[in-house]
Design a protein around this ligand. Structure first.
Ligand code: KIV
Ligand code: NA
Length: 264
């Protein structure tokens, strides 16, 4: 199967179609999701709190994400691989953003990158696109700014909807190939999508967007604890793995494993 490219996502928007995106952080999930036909794999900075054990996405570094990105890119043969630029790796200047983006394409083997932020980042996006780095823009609730946004809060309600539309249009005009919206009212997301020629992706943004994205450990029920309203769990991997580990431990302690069939 041919590689999914940004123009295929554009085609989905043009045709009124949809595409699916999941996070992936290593080999097996990348292989499985790629073979399942998921069109876009995101090496999210959510690795911070879904791989590295941090409470938020803020602490994760470029050097931590690059090897995860490389593993995903080597393992996915069809999906478009998008890498998040982590907090602190692109905000300082367009030059910093281009340099970090280049690292993700060169060392991480990513096909595109994602940055958080609105119209303020238009010149940054333009510089990256001119350098040959396709950029997905992430607006609405942007987890890297959770301390300035006052926690996990829906963005773009009421009068604030127009700000999101303006942000999205500015990012599109700067050359972004896609705009991702997190935790915005479905009505606002629909207004943003309608204002854009490029495809949109939603997470907690209703079902009008071209694409949808979820963190895979939420989608598959690997993470414990309370799920956000926008998550649908398609499996209970935590339950399955817990049962497997418990059974293995019991078999070892009772001498049931290994049996003759596992021995040389
Ligand atoms: O890091 C991440 O997982 C994300 C998606 C949830 C949009 O940015
Ligand atoms: Na992210």
């Amino acid at each position: 199967l041919a590689r999914i490219r940004t123009h295929h996502l554009q085609q989905a928007k043009n045709d009124g179609g949809h595409f699916a995106m999941l996070t992936a952080y290593e080999q097996y999930t990348a292989e499985i999701f790629d073979q399942a036909g998921i069109e876009v794999l995101l090496v999210g900075d959510s690795a911070s709190n879904n791989v590295f054990g941090n409470e938020t996405s803020l602490p994760v570094t470029v050097d931590e994400l690059l090897p995860l990105c490389r593993a995903v890119a080597r393992s996915a043969h069809r999906a478009l691989v998008v890498a998040d630029l982590p907090f602190g790796s692109y905000e300082v200047s367009a030059e910093q953003a281009v340099a970090t983006g280049v690292r993700f394409l060169k060392e991480g083997l990513a096909h595109a990158v994602k940055i958080e932020g609105g119209a303020f980042y238009a010149s940054t996006v333009r510089a990256m696109v001119q350098a040959g780095i396709p950029v997905m823009a992430h607006i609405g609730f942007t987890p890297q700014s959770e301390h300035s946004l006052g926690g996990y809060r829906v963005q773009g309600r009421g009068d604030d909807a127009q700000r999101l539309v303006d942000d999205a249009v500015a990012l599109q005009d700067a050359g972004a190939f896609c705009v991702l919206m997190e935790m915005v009212p479905a009505e606002t997301a629909a207004a943003v999508d309608a204002a854009l020629r490029i495809p949109t992706v939603g997470i907690g943004a209703g079902n009008v967007t071209t694409g949808q994205v979820l963190v895979w450990q939420d989608m598959a029920g690997l993470r414990g604890g309370k799920m956000a309203k926008f998550v649908k769990q398609y499996a209970d991997l935590r339950g399955i793995l817990s049962e497997a580990a418990t059974a293995y431990g019991e078999d070892v302690r009772s001498g049931q494993f290994p049996g003759p069939e596992h021995s040389f």
